[in-house]
Design a protein. Sequence first.
Length: 158
Amino acid sequence: MNNLSFLLPFIVLIGAMFLMTRSAKKKQQAAAQMRDQLAPGTGVRTIGGMYATVKEIGDDTVTLEVAPGVHAIYAKNAIGAVLDDDEYNRIVHGAPVDLTIDTPVVPDDASSLTKDEAETESPKLDLGKKEGSDKEAADESEGDEPKDGKADGEPGAK
């Protein structure tokens, strides 16, 4: 029993390593399949985030057109994603996206969200004050407190 408890962590560790290598192999196979989709004229994104068009494909390298007339040679492993034509044109050329989803249109500014104030009468907010009440309250309290704001007995009071 003592030997089994000693070997159990090693068995778990070996099993975890097996699962990790298996998932890594799947990722490598998916990346190889993606690179097999490369063809001249295909839009790609490199692992560094640069968008380019494939011009030529070699054994281990690929020639990319990074700007009109500007070609660069990259390793095939540097290709991060092969993009379909619509996505590539949308990202690189700013081609308009076909919005077939019925979504509400959001205006660029808030002017269309507010109504013209001349057209609508907005009710005045009643805060419980009546006109002239501020002046009356000031007159009533004038005799109670000195004008400098200090009560009798405070330092600096007159």
